[in-house]
Ligand binder design. Structure first.
Ligand code: SAM
Length: 277
């Protein structure tokens, strides 16, 4: 599945098209082909698959995804300067790469394919969390999401109770997806190097959320609990406007416990108890 026409090394592409990294677009490029190949492999078999990549930049990961056999790759890039480099890749892999010059926060990528797609991306850090939340709302259209985040965000996605990183994002992601931490990447691997370590995470949306709960109520209960994460739940749940002790009793949760001690299952029980209190 290699390119039909050989492509120049990425450093040459960056020099040729003047792709000096723009900080405001979260540009830290990955030029190491071993690493881009490794990220693409985390998404599993790509032959015959439709893949979405956000922020292809000069196209290192893009090439890896195409080399791994993706039948169709749709990339969404905001920076006009990257378009000629991406056009060269499209020419080298005829009929397989579509380039959308769009803002990934604004676009509904699910309108560009039928059935399910995989998302693979080295995300711009400044918009990584809102993008993830957007995709979680449309998770039935994605068979997997293999995403690079700053390590601190990856820690939050995969955190377990009683840890500092455990919070709203951990509960939402783990309720809706199986989450798998893949590997860390040192800042030195990027051009220019970011300030922090990065981590690749794969999320596989569940067919049904892990435990029954109304999503809006779960979000409300979790938000209230973590707004005052060090307080006992009997105090932190007061702003919900329902008697906290009654809700907690129905859910079988000791009112002196704190938000960061509760499992995803217990938060779902609390959301169900809210409905009947
Ligand atoms: N995929 C490339 C790589 O791995 O070397 C570049 C990754 S770089 C961390 C993030 C990319 O996202 C940049 O190319 C940047 O221009 C693009 N980007 C930033 N904000 C964006 C947005 N809102 N919509 C689409 N692309 C965006």
């Amino acid at each position: 599945m290699a390119e039909e026409k050989p492509l120049p090394p990425l450093r040459e592409v960056i020099a040729q098209y003047g792709l000096n990294a723009d900080k405001s677009l979260g540009q830290n490029f990955l030029l190491d082909l071993n690493l881009t190949g490794r990220i693409a492999r985390c998404a599993g078999k790509l032959e015959g698959e439709t893949v979405i990549e956000i922020g292809p930049g000069p196209g290192g990961l893009t090439r890896a995804i195409l080399n791994a056999g993706a039948a169709r790759l749709i990339v969404i890039e905001k920076d006009t300067r990257c378009l000629p480099a991406l056009a060269d890749i499209a020419a080298a892999f005829p009929g397989r790469l579509e380039v959308l010059h769009e803002d990934a926060l604004e676009i509904d990528e699910t309108t560009f394919f039928e059935g399910k797609a995989k998302i693979i991306a080295n995300l711009p850090y400044n918009v990584a969390t809102p993008l993830l939340i957007k995709w979680l709302h449309r998770r039935e259209r994605f068979s997997s999401l293999t995403l690079m985040f700053q390590k601190e965000v990856a820690d939050r996605l995969t955190a377990i109770p009683r840890t500092k990183a455990y919070g709203r994002l951990s509960i939402l992601c783990q309720w809706l997806c199986e989450t798998r931490r893949e590997f860390d990447i040192s800042p030195r691997a990027f051009t220019p190097p970011p300030k922090v370590t990065s981590t690749v995470v794969t999320l596989i949306p569940r067919v049904e959320p892990r435990y029954p709960a109304d999503p809006a109520i779960l979000e409300k209960v979790v938000a209230a609990a973590f707004n005052q994460r060090r307080k006992m739940l009997r105090a932190s749940l007061k702003p919900l406007g329902r008697p906290p002790e009654e809700m907690l009793e129905k859910a079988g949760i000791d009112p002196t416990r704190r938000a960061e001690e509760l499992t995803v299952e217990e938060f779902c029980a609390l959301a169900r108890a809210y409905k009947t209190t």
